[in-house]
Design a protein around this ligand. Structure first.
Ligand code: PEP
Ligand code: MG
Length: 588
């Protein structure tokens, strides 16, 4: 029987967007948007009455913070909870309290008193050199918003406030929003903007949450907190005010997905190997240590890509060596001896880092990003490399450099790694002896010169998300050129073939860690071209494992060789579908 809370109050409406993460979610909307905290500045107010309002707001803030802190502790651990301990301490700060009281005594309304007192403290912290203390300014801003939201009666919408199962609806989700999602409460994600390879989509897939992105701002404008929704991450649709028939269909889809999951679960312990014996390792892409249990649960044989930039995003400061070390160590220990490929900072492009204060660029995807930035900022790079090397004794670390365009960049990056190792050794800090050092192949120049790169790099991982974008000159985020973003274009396949050929000459292995690795249509082609490791978001792992177990590598090689002779992506798709007729359109 449909949940009475979801009984439609209006006629059902179906919104369309991009199917970003599979599955079906049913629940009330939780709108994640910053409330309007503007207020009028008043004078001549009654100080005692304003004090009562303020005390109520402070008490409300304290109650929130206790709840948020415990939620963060349970989900994300003690480090995340400590942030809210700091907020609680700031709330009772005597100097701040005295400044607020002084304004109240002068006749200010509580909103103006709070705003003004916090502003003075924020300015003071922001002017300090110590990055730790500067970070406190961000805490003060957060805290001020919380107190004002209580005074104004306009609740803050933060995912940490989520207490009941819901579907999160937002303009977009920042990586830190997504990292704060509690998969136990979030039934699905709907965003106004973004595409399949936007980072919010990738994170939703990593957490196994149904998601539809790019629905458009106007379509979401009519939704309010509690609006009943169904998110179909397979169809890319959102049903608003679903009727009984839609709810029944959604529940049936959930039951079918559940049964399919139970069937695939049996494959978890099996090693990735084709029917004719070729080893193909199936690894997980993760963005934070919290994704490790999900990866293991999906039978990941390793981590093929840990995107470390998520540690850096959504904050006003930079993570220090110890904080980074703890995150890398947690992943290595969590994976318990399985190989873990940690990619060094890939910032720039669609991932901005405010703490670096980088100037605006006309073409950020062709600009100062990833390894280019790291080589220009050894101060930043060395901190990460030292943290990685320190963590190396806790598992099977592989280091990977992103966005490599020239052989010199790879050599320079590795020289920094060697120097960091020498530094640590001189300090008496233990470092693992054997750490493979590889690179992403996501710039066509790297694919073209793969033989020369393979003289130096221990392994390659094809970043197909960017490689397709650069090969086709089509921005992966731009819906207007989405028709050109063609994973199966023979030009893209040729670049991957070149990568595999160059690698083979020096006995190096090639993986794929872009979204193509989890695409069932691409899988036989990739294996046929010589790729022996596929790294993808965890929910894709079991279905792709089943596909690998049933695949004949010799047949895949023939198919791939044929695909390289074709002219159109559509012809390649037709050839794959002809060879594997059981691949249904929804598998794509
Ligand atoms: C890629 O480009 O395919 C890749 C894996 O890197 P990212 O998606 O993080 O740019
Ligand atoms: Mg990339």
């Amino acid at each position: 029987m449909p949940d009475p809370a979801l009984t439609p109050a209006a006629a059902p409406v179906t919104l369309s967007g991009v199917a970003a993460s599979p599955g079906t979610g049913i629940g009330p909307a939780f709108i994640l948007s910053a409330p309007d905290l503007s207020f009028e500045t008043l004078t001549g107010q009654d100080p005692a009455a304003e004090r009562v309002r303020l005390d109520a707001a402070l008490a409300g803030s304290r109650t929130d913070l206790h709840g948020v802190r415990e939620g963060a502790r349970a989900r994300l651990g003690d480090d995340a909870a400590a942030i809210f301990d700091a907020h609680l301490l700031l709330l009772d700060d005597p100097e701040l309290g005295a400044a607020i009281q002084e304004s109240l005594t002068g006749g200010a309304n509580a909103e103006a008193a709070v705003h003004g007192a916090f502003e003075a403290f924020i300015g003071m912290f922001e002017s300090l050199d110590d990055p730790y203390l500067r970070e406190r300014a961000a805490d003060l801003r957060d805290l001020r918003a919380r107190v004002l939201s209580h005074l104004l009666g306009r609740p803050l919408a933060s995912l940490a406030e989520l207490r009941e199962p819901a579907i999160v609806v937002a303009h977009d989700l920042t990586p830190s929003d997504t990292a704060g999602l509690d998969p136990a409460l979030v039934r699905g994600v709907v965003t106004a903007v973004g595409g399949r390879t936007s980072h919010s989509a990738i994170m939703a897939r990593g957490l196994g949450l149904p998601a539809v992105v790019g629905v458009g701002e106007a379509a979401l404008a009519g939704l309010t907190r509690g609006t009943p929704l169904i998110v179909s991450g397979d169809a890319g649709t959102v049903t608003v005010h679903p009727d009984a028939a839609a709810l029944n269909a959604a529940q049936a889809a959930q039951a079918a997905a559940h049964a399919e999951h139970a069937r695939l679960d049996a494959l978890k312990g099996q090693e990735g190997r084709t029917a004719d014996g070729l080893r193909v390792e199936l690894a997980a892409n993760i963005g934070s240590p919290t994704e490790v249990p999900g990866a293991l649960n999906a039978g990941a044989e390793g981590v093929g890509l840990y995107r470390t930039e998520f540690l850096f995003l959504g904050r006003d400061d930079l993570p220090g060596e110890d904080e980074q070390y703890r995150a890398y160590r947690a992943v290595l220990e969590g994976m318990a001896g399985r190989p873990v490929i940690i990619r060094t900072l890939d910032i720039g492009g669609d991932k901005a880092l405010p703490a670096l204060g980088l100037p605006h660029e006309e073409n950020p995807f062709l600009g100062f990003r990833a390894i280019r930035l790291c080589l220009a900022r050894p101060d930043l790079f060395r901190v990460q490399l030292r943290a990685l090397l320190r963590a190396s004794v806790h598992g099977q670390l592989h280091v990977m450099f992103p966005m490599i365009a020239t052989v010199q960049e790879f050599l320079d990056a590795r020289a920094h790694l060697d120097a960091a190792r020498a530094e640590l050794t001189a300090e008496g800090v233990p470092v693992a002896a054997d750490i493979p050092v590889g690179m992403m192949v996501e710039i066509p120049a790297a694919a073209a010169l793969s033989e020369q790169f393979a003289r130096h790099a221990d392994f390659f991982s094809v970043g197909s998300n960017d490689l397709i974008g650069y090969a086709m000159a089509a921005d992966r985020m731009n819906e207007r050129v989405a028709n050109l973003y063609q994973p199966l274009n023979p030009a893209v396949l040729t670049l991957i073939a070149l990568t595999c050929q160059g690698a083979a000459r020096h006995g190096r292995w090639v993986g794929v860690c872009g979204e193509m690795a989890g695409d069932p249509l691409a899988l036989p082609l990739l294996v046929g071209l010589g790729v022996t490791e596929l790294s993808m978001s965890s929910p894709a792992l079991l279905p792709r494992r089943e596909q690998v177990l049933n695949l004949n590598a010799a047949q895949a090689r023939e198919l791939a060789a044929h695909a390289l002779t074709l002219s159109h992506a559509a012809e390649v798709e037709a050839a794959v579908r002809a060879a594997y007729p059981h691949l249904t359109p929804t598998d794509a």
